[in-house]
Design a protein around this ligand. Structure first.
Ligand code: BDR
Ligand code: CA
Length: 309
C-alpha cells in the first residue's frame, strides 16, 4: 500500500528532481498534495516552477501556494544557486494546470486531518508552511507519521559556516517543527554532500533521448556550475535524498539524537545543534542521517528520471 505523503518545497533544481522521483514511484508513495514555500526564489517563482516541472512530466496533482516569507524574518533567496527563475537551465513551456485557490498551509491541514492513514510530510525548503500548520492546527500532529526533511547539518553549514540554507531562512519555523514531538528524520548536509551525482551521470541523462531525462540533465548542468565554484566534484542532490529516504529508508543510516535550533546566535543562527554525547540531558528527538549508500541512491535517481515517457 503506497504511503500518503505531502511534499512541501521551493523549486529549485533539486526540489524539482525530488518531485519527479516521488511521482515516478506510485507503488511506494501517494502524493496527496505539493505545497509551495518561498526559499530558493520568491513564492511566485517557486509555484510557477513546480507547475512547469509537473506539467512537463505529464503529472497532475494538487499544488498549493503557502507562505511567501518566513514566520518572522525577511526572506533570503538563493539566485546564486538556482538562477533568476529559481530553475534556470532548461527552457520549460508554460504549465498546463493552475495552482489551487486554497492556501498551502490549509491544504496541509485538511489533507492530514482527513487522511485515513497517517501522513508523512516531506519538506525540502524552509519549514515555514509546516511550522505554521503545526501552530495553527496542533491536532494534526496525531495523524502525522513522520517528517522526513532536507535541512540542517550536524557538521558544517553551507549558507553560513554554521547553518544550512533551509533552516537558516526560517529558524523559528524550524524550531517549532523540531520541538513538535513528531518523529523526524533529518536528511542534512552530512549525507547530501556525500550524495553527489557526477558529470558522467549528467552526460548519460543528456544523451538518453528521453524528454524528462534530458531536462533533468540540463537542470543538473546549471546546478553544477555553482557547485564547481564551491569545490564540489559533482552536484549534491539534497532534496532528492530526502525523498529517497521516504521511498527506501535504509538508503541512509541514522542516529537518534537530541537536536535544537539556534534562533539567536551571533554567528550561528539557523544551526541544528546536535548533541552527540548527551551532554544537554535532552531527550533525543531526531533521527539524524549520518551515512548514505551513494551508488544505490544515484542509480535510483537515474532509473526514476528515465522511467518517464
Ligand atoms: C537546500 O537549499 C536549497 O538551495 C536546496 O533546494 C536544498 O533544499 C540545500 O541547503
Ligand atoms: Ca529545496
Amino acid at each position: 500500500m503506497p504511503k500518503p505523503i505531502i511534499i512541501d518545497c521551493d523549486p529549485g533544481h533539486d526540489d524539482a528532481i525530488a518531485l519527479l522521483l516521488a511521482f515516478a514511484k506510485p507503488e511506494l508513495v501517494k502524493v496527496l498534495a505539493v505545497t509551495i514555500v518561498a526559499g530558493n526564489q520568491t513564492l511566485e517563482k517557486t509555484v510557477l516552477n513546480a507547475l512547469k516541472v509537473l506539467s512537463f512530466a505529464g503529472v497532475e496533482c494538487e499544488v498549493a501556494a503557502g507562505y511567501d516569507r518566513p514566520l518572522l524574518r525577511t526572506l533570503e533567496i538563493a539566485p546564486e544557486v538556482h538562477g533568476e527563475s529559481g530553475l534556470d537551465g532548461p527552457i520549460l513551456p508554460e504549465p498546463n494546470f493552475k495552482a489551487s485557490i486554497k492556501h498551502g498551509v490549509q491544504t496541509i491541514i485538511d489533507h492530514v486531518r482527513t487522511s485515513k492513514e497517517k501522513v508523512t510530510l516531506v519538506p525540502t525548503g524552509p519549514l515555514t508552511n509546516i511550522g505554521a500548520a503545526l501552530l495553527g492546527a496542533p491536532d494534526i500532529k496525531e495523524n502525522i507519521e513522520r517528517i522526513v526533511l532536507m535541512g540542517g547539518a550536524a557538521r558544517e553549514g553551507n549558507w553560513t559556516p554554521a547553518a544550512e540554507f533551509n533552516i537558516l531562512v526560517d529558524p523559528e519555523a524550524a524550531s517549532v517543527v523540531f520541538q513538535s514531538g513528531i518523529p523526524i528524520t533529518m536528511v542534512g548536509l552530512d549525507v547530501t554532500h556525500e550524495a553527489q551525482i557526477m558529470a558522467s551521470d549528467v552526460e548519460f541523462l543528456l544523451n538518453s533521448g528521453k524528454k524528462v531525462g534530458v531536462m533533468v540533465g540540463e537542470l543538473l548542468e546549471f546546478f553544477g556550475e555553482f557547485h564547481k565554484t564551491m569545490g564540489f566534484a559533482g552536484m549534491p542532490l539534497h532534496d532528492p535524498l530526502a525523498m529517497a529516504t521516504v521511498l527506501e529508508p535504509t538508503i541512509v543510516e541514522t542516529k537518534h539524537l537530541p537536536v535544537r535550533i539556534e534562533t539567536q546566535g551571533q554567528y550561528t543562527t539557523g544551526r541544528t545543534v546536535v548533541d552527540f554525547y548527551g551532554v544537554t540531558g535532552e531527550k533525543p528527538n531526531v533521527d539524524v542521517a549520518l551515512a548514505v549508500d551513494r551508488d544505490r541512491f544515484v542509480q535510483m535517481i537515474l532509473d526514476a528520471m528515465l522511467s518517464y515517457n
